[in-house]
Design a protein around this ligand. Structure first.
Ligand code: FES
Length: 259
């Protein structure tokens, strides 16, 4: 099966986690064997709608049961429509798409905020033998996926909330400093200002950072160019300092991209 083909998959479970955050398990068959942390799938709304596909990151992969989990935020008409689809319905997807994270053996810091948090769960699970700290940023006490992260071996969890209701008051960088978090490689996903801070921090500390720019994506299939980011190197095809997040990413070495 090619990742570029459409696949009709069955929704095994679908529920609200908190606020506008939803979780869905999909019965994807053999496709589950090819999914890597940091990759995403494109979800297509029902026939008849002209809406673009929704790129949504893979949150968990269950190879044995041939299922994947996506956790997404309702942020507009398309995702609202998706959130209303009942269990046992069939939906069209394409994927896995994108490059995903490159897993290292080094002591790791996983830094994520908001809807950048879900892809870090599968990453944490695949880094199970690696000593790591997961630093998660939420707006307030409406957290999600904490139970799942706490059952991953060799994992310390640090939480930052904007309103200070749980963990360190402030952002993920405040939490890293307040808790004295250290590591030799950073993996990160979240809003652009957060990724910019992570990139600067990694440069200061002289450590590698792999950042996922998935929040910048729109169509997810290389068609709309809404996702273009500035790169240090000239792109081979276009000869300009541009990269499409959905095609060349969403994960980049932080030193390669301008934010
Ligand atoms: Fe449309 Fe990348 S999201 S081209």
């Amino acid at each position: 099966m090619s990742e570029k083909e459409f696949t009709e998959v069955r929704i095994m479970s679908h529920r609200n986690l908190t606020g506008d955050i939803w979780s869905m398990w999909l019965d994807v068959g053999e496709l589950a064997q090819y999914c890597k942390p940091g990759q995403f799938i494109n979800l297509y709304c029902n026939e008849g709608t002209r809406m673009l596909p929704r790129p949504i990151s893979i949150c968990e992969v269950a190879k044995l049961t041939k299922a994947i989990r996506i956790v997404y935020r309702v942020a507009g008409e398309g995702t609202r429509e998706i959130s209303q689809i009942p269990v046992d319905s069939w939906i069209k997807i394409m994927g896995p798409l994108g490059n995903g994270f490159t897993l290292k053996e080094d002591k790791a810091i996983l830094v994520a905020g908001g809807i950048g948090i879900p892809p870090m769960l599968q990453l944490a699970k695949e880094l199970k033998k690696v000593e790591k700290t997961v630093v998660l940023g939420f707006r307030d006490s409406n957290t999600f996926l904490l139970k799942e992260f706490s059952s991953v071996p060799n994992t310390k969890i640090v939480i930052a909330t904007e309103d200070g209701s749980i963990g360190v008051k402030g952002n993920v960088l405040d939490a890293i400093k307040a808790e004295g978090v250290t590591g030799d490689v950073i993996y990160s996903c979240g809003p652009t200002p957060m990724l910019r801070a992570v990139k600067n921090y990694a440069e200061e500390q002289n450590i590698e950072a792999q950042i996922s720019l998935e929040e910048r994506m729109a169509c997810g299939i290389g068609a709309c160019l809404a996702c273009v980011c500035q790169s240090k190197e000239v792109d081979h095809h276009t000869n300009v300092h541009n990269k499409r997040v959905c095609k060349e990413g969403p994960v980049f070495d932080a030193r390669e991209v301008e934010l």
